[in-house]
Write a protein that binds this ligand. Structure first.
Ligand code: SF4
Ligand code: SF4
Length: 463
């Protein structure tokens, strides 16, 4: 019996833009290591790590070079062995300069000793969270939410379902598809570790129906285990959005501003489950990931790539761009970020590099014709045309009231707009401004409270 519930909105990108056929049957290849890697100290949602190395230090592959700071953080590790030639700000795909460790590769690939967990069945929630933090485990589907936080369940929030996200609904990308075909058993074993440690009743693997072979292989990998099921899902973007997937597979609604946890669910990308398997059974932290290189490139592929490898190295290995390539995206065509430089490094959240002939970002916008299509397709029930207008007038408080912070940046509105309005970008900008304002406000409140406390102490002393 199908569990499926249809989430509101969404689109069905036709094969022309879906583009998965280009790479979905190409097995994962190990990409040659680059001579230099640039490893950001913040590859996760939350506080950046504190660098544990300085210029001139020698490092081995798998060595922790960034120590997690604060609750919402995850360690960062050297992805090659060699010499640290700099710890400095470098440009990332989001357009921001952020501190990075630059390592010149000695090509010896000497690893620090790896220590697998002796008895994975005995891991409890705390031990699992500690391991996730030390191994640098974060959501590899793009959100990069630290798993240590995901696995730290508050006692008042019982979880009965673990969803493995194998939807991979973003056009062109096939990294997760190939991971499922290649490492199905390991993915299920990784999920079983979580199930046992957190005492979760059932695991549901959600895979879009355009990956029939992955559905079969994953079903075989969990055959005979009544607590695990594999569900085929309609091909409907953004099926892989966390809230959409929870609704599709359980019928539960994750409220505005809430997390799947509030609905008794943990969602984990299949790549993340594989990374967890490696951390537990091999003692291996995240030093690499699978990245799809597709679109207008000479040799599309799914590569196992060391973290910190530049886009330039990836493209050169793929024979370079075709002359018709006009725009380069860090990610897929719906959620990817347009990049104009090639020295940007691959990070834990990068599942693809896509070169396109044209992109709506480059096309001229025209006036909104009030057709309402953007609202019809918005899976978060927002009114993107209004949010766009508010952003252009710098009316961020109003945009917040209209729910812009709930935007999951899926790109469905932009894709559907006949006037080519940059609706998703408007939402991104508003979210960034609002987040910065909230941070500034929190910092001000903290400073005011400290000032008041100091004044009170002085007054007390003066008595
Ligand atoms: S407003 Fe946000 S969530 Fe809604 S369709 Fe646009 S990008 Fe997606
Ligand atoms: S889809 Fe575009 S043209 Fe239509 S209402 Fe939305 S912003 Fe306006």
């Amino acid at each position: 019996m199908s569990l499926f519930h249809m989430f509101p909105g969404g689109i069905h990108p036709h094969e022309g833009i879906n583009g998965k056929a280009v790479t979905c049957q190409l097995p994962i290849e190990e990409l040659a290591q680059p001579s230099r890697v640039v490893i950001p100290l913040q590859q996760h949602m939350g506080a950046p790590c504190k660098s544990l190395v300085s210029k001139g230090d020698l490092v081995k592959t798998g060595m922790m070079i960034g120590e997690p700071v604060g609750f919402l953080s995850a360690a960062v590790h050297a992805s090659v062995s060699g010499k640290v030639v700099g710890v400095q700000p470098c440009l990332l795909a989001n357009g921001l300069q952020q501190p990075c460790v630059i390592i010149d590769n000695d090509f010896k690939d000497e690893w620090v000793a790896l220590t697998p967990v002796t008895d994975p069945d005995k891991l409890d929630g705390k031990a699992l969270a500690d391991l996730a933090r030390k191994a640098g485990l974060v959501g590899l589907g793009g959100a990069t939410f630290p798993h240590a936080v995901k696995f730290s369940l508050p006692p008042d929030k019982p979880v009965d379902t673990l969803i493995l996200n194998g939807a991979e609904c973003e056009p062109y990308l096939s990294a997760d598809h190939q991971l499922m075909l290649t490492y199905a058993t390991q993915i299920i074993r990784g999920a079983k570790v979580i199930q046992k440690a957190l005492k979760i009743e059932k695991i549901i693997v959600g895979i879009e129906n355009n990956k029939i072979d992955a559905i079969r292989v994953m079903s075989d990998a969990c055959a005979g285990d009544p607590s695990v099921s594999v569900e085929g899902l309609p091909v409907h973007y953004p099926q892989g959005g966390e809230k959409q997937l929870v609704y599709s597979l359980t019928g539960r609604v994750v409220k505005s501003g809430g997390l799947p946890l509030d609905s008794g669910v943990i969602v984990l990308n299949v790549g993340s489950a594989y990374a967890l398997y490696r951390a537990v059974y091999e003692g291996r932290p995240i030093v690499d990931r699978v990245v799809t290189v597709s679109g207008c490139v000479k040799r599309p592929a799914n590569y196992q790539v060391r973290i910190g490898t530049t886009v330039e190295w990836l493209l050169d290995t793929s024979g370079g761009l075709l002359p018709k390539a006009k725009v380069l995206l860090y990610g897929g065509p719906m959620m990817g970020l347009a990049i104009s430089r090639l020295d940007i490094p691959v990070t834990k959240g990068c599942s693809g590099i896509t070169a396109l002939e044209r992109a709506s970002a480059l096309e001229d916008e025209s006036n909104c014709i009030r057709c309402g299509r953007c609202s019809e397709v918005c899976p978060m029930k927002l009114v993107p045309s209004t949010l766009d207008k508010l952003m252009r007038k710098s009316m961020f408080d109003e945009a917040e009231r209209e729910g812009v912070m709930n935007c999951i940046e899926c790109g469905a509105c932009t894709w559907s707009c006949p006037a080519k309005r940059q609706l998703t970008q408007s939402c991104r900008t508003s979210k960034m401004v609002i987040t910065q304002r909230h941070r500034a406000e929190a910092a001000k409140q903290k400073a005011d409270a400290a000032k008041k406390a100091a004044q009170a102490a002085q007054k007390e002393e003066g008595k």
